[in-house]
Design a protein around this ligand. Structure first.
Ligand SMILES: N[C@@H](CCC(=O)N[C@@H](CS)C(=O)NCC(=O)O)C(=O)O
Length: 215
């Protein structure tokens, strides 16, 4: 399997966490000429990362990739057996992709002080905080986001919170990690597969932020 990714992508890290949890190896490649390039679109039509190629299958969209990995490589399972619990995992994971993460993504282009718009920064920080509060209300955190077992709902949130913590610190904005999330984070760190991916990702994030702050 080939995983097309760029090291700073939190959606790429989400797929890496899922691969690590399943004990799967993928050859990691950078998109030729960068994502969105014509050359890359000849391989991955959406031009986005992350994307995988597994035999004849070409797949983009992190959530679809996780669903595919779960069906193709069912063990260890990252979805619970119970139908209602599976639905909760999917809902939480989509909440990450479609609600929480996009407020952070908007801030990527405001990390460089020279082109920062303080109004957008403060709006998106408030939006992210509201979504965090929402998550605390409907997440389970016993001890994972969706319940007692690690699931693919944990895969997206872990890199995004790491990124958010570093970005808000660099922007000198408050970002309180609520208690249930602190416990969740400590539990995840004890998982060697997850912490291996997150440690590498933390280094990439730090380098990226230092570069942005110098611009
Ligand atoms: N919904 C996508 C989002 C991935 C995403 O936004 N990737 C960015 C890089 S981090 C990208 O490929 N951007 C290029 C584009 O959207 O054309 C997923 O879950 O995989």
């Amino acid at each position: 399997m080939i995983l097309y990714n760029v090291p700073i992508s939190n959606f790429g890290a989400k797929v890496q966490v899922a691969l690590a949890l399943k004990g799967l190896d993928a050859e990691q490649r950078l998109p030729p000429d960068g994502y969105s390039s014509e050359k890359y679109k000849q391989i991955i039509p959406t031009g986005t990362v992350p994307a995988i190629v597994d035999g004849d299958l070409v797949l983009s969209e992190s959530e679809t990739i996780l669903e595919y990995l779960e069906e193709r490589y069912p063990l260890p399972a990252l979805l619970p057996k119970d139908i209602a619990a599976r639905a909760s995992v999917r809902m939480l994971s989509r909440f990450h992709d479609l609600k929480l993460e996009p407020s952070l993504r908007t801030l990527f282009k405001h990390m460089a002080p020279s082109i920062r718009d303080p109004l957008i920064v403060s709006e998106k920080h408030a939006e992210f905080t509201r979504h965090m509060e929402m998550l605390i209300r409907f997440g389970h955190f016993r001890p994972y986001i969706a319940g007692s077992e690690i699931t693919f709902a944990d895969c997206g949130f872990a890199p995004t919170f790491l990124l958010a913590t570093a970005m808000f610190r660099a922007l000198e904005l408050s970002f309180e990690f609520p208690k249930p999330l602190q416990i969740w984070h400590e539990t995840l760190q004890k998982n060697v597969a997850v912490s291996g991916v997150l440690d590498n990702y933390a280094e990439t994030v730090e380098t990226w932020i230092n570069f942005k702050l110098s611009q």
